[in-house]
Design a protein around this ligand. Structure first.
Ligand code: SF4
Length: 219
């Protein structure tokens, strides 16, 4: 079984060609990293014939207050779009951090972007693939394919590998072209929009960038 499906003709607005129903999976579980990034993937897939559900599994998010905000945003979006969403709201960040540290190069005090992100994508996509298989979906995908801040090719590579490993289709589509549309829709919906990627390291990096910018302005 080929573990990836690529859509070339995507109907996201009336000017685009209609999707070919023969080329779409009948049911799909879409990993939702947050509310704003899930809008375009979910709305796009809902335009086809597929039964679409969301899946919230993001043990990377730090701290708990942020985790709750993103979880609520995904639930709010699911309400707007009338889609079911399976939520794993069991917050266990230590398992994620320990797993990440074990997966990156030894001897580093601070896991670097790239290496740490590969692990982060892997655990979230793998849980989605397993949940899709266990719940009888034909395919799985991820809102990570929408974000222009993620390593798109790495997400795709991992999705394909996991599709082959678990015997389920990885639905691939490059949703990044609709970045601005997703941003505007999230604002119109009043969804919570986060200021950093998610993990404690990305939060620290964000603070450090802000401090540098402040010092530069202060001269
Ligand atoms: S920067 Fe983002 S993708 Fe990378 S490890 Fe942190 S939360 Fe995950």
């Amino acid at each position: 079984m080929k573990g990836v499906f690529e859509a070339e003709n995507l109907a996201i607005n009336s000017a685009s060609p209609e999707p070919d129903p023969q080329k779409r999976p009948a049911s799909i579980l879409v990993h939702a990293c947050c509310g704003p990034c899930s809008i375009i993937p979910l709305k796009t897939l809902l335009k086809g014939e597929a039964q679409v559900s969301g899946f919230f599994y993001n043990p990377n998010i730090h701290p708990y207050s942020e985790f709750k905000k993103r979880l609520e945003a995904v639930k709010t979006l699911a309400g707007y779009l009338s889609v079911d969403v399976i939520c794993n709201d069991d917050y266990r960040p230590s398992g994620f951090i320990n797993g990440m540290k074990a997966s990156v190069s030894p001897g580093l005090r601070y896991p670097q972007k790239g290496e740490r992100c590969s692990y982060c994508y892997l655990v979230r996509l793998e849980e989605t693939a397993k949940a899709a298989k266990a719940n009888g979906f034909d395919a799985f995908s991820s809102s990570l394919l929408y974000s222009k801040y993620q390593d798109h090719e790495e997400v795709k590579r991992l999705g394909v590998d996991l599709g082959e490993k678990y015997g389920i289709i990885f639905y691939y589509e490059d949703f990044r072209a609709f970045w601005q549309e997703g941003v505007e829709e999230s604002r119109n919906m009043g969804l919570y929009r986060q200021k950093y990627c998610g993990c404690i390291y990305s939060r620290l990096e964000r603070h450090s960038e802000k401090n540098k910018a402040r010092k530069a302005v202060a001269g």
